[in-house]
Design a protein around this ligand. Sequence first.
Ligand code: AMP
Ligand code: ZN
Length: 116
Amino acid sequence: MTDSECLFCKIAAGKINADVIYESDDVVAFRDINPQAPTHVLVIPKRHISTINDLKKSDSGIVGEMYIAAKEIARQEDIADDGYRAVMNCNAAAGQTVFHIHLHVLGGRQLTWPPG
Ligand code: AMP
Ligand code: ZN
């Protein structure tokens, strides 16, 4: 898939609407269209990366930024102290359906472990 066909590249470029709640130079975060918890936000890099498997050493900064964004979002959403989960799915066995990496930030209810 080219970047121009990628759903999350289109959201990052503002070509498809999303409920954006956080943005920096390199990442953007928006509410999941099918939320699995009272807070369910996706943090994505603006630059296309398909899966965790495609990460290079030089991408360590962007992954760090995604977690800094998750921390800021948790504070904004008032779930930081109670607790939340920040996870990425990789490929089919983990249920990845959009092949542009995204950090799920989930909170606002008691989350179970292990996940399904
Ligand atoms: P994953 O299964 O880890 O690839 O997660 C993809 C997530 O993207 C799912 O939770 C979907 O509900 C969400 N999603 C798909 N399309 C959109 C969209 N247009 N806006 C917001 N979230 C979306
Ligand atoms: Zn993309």
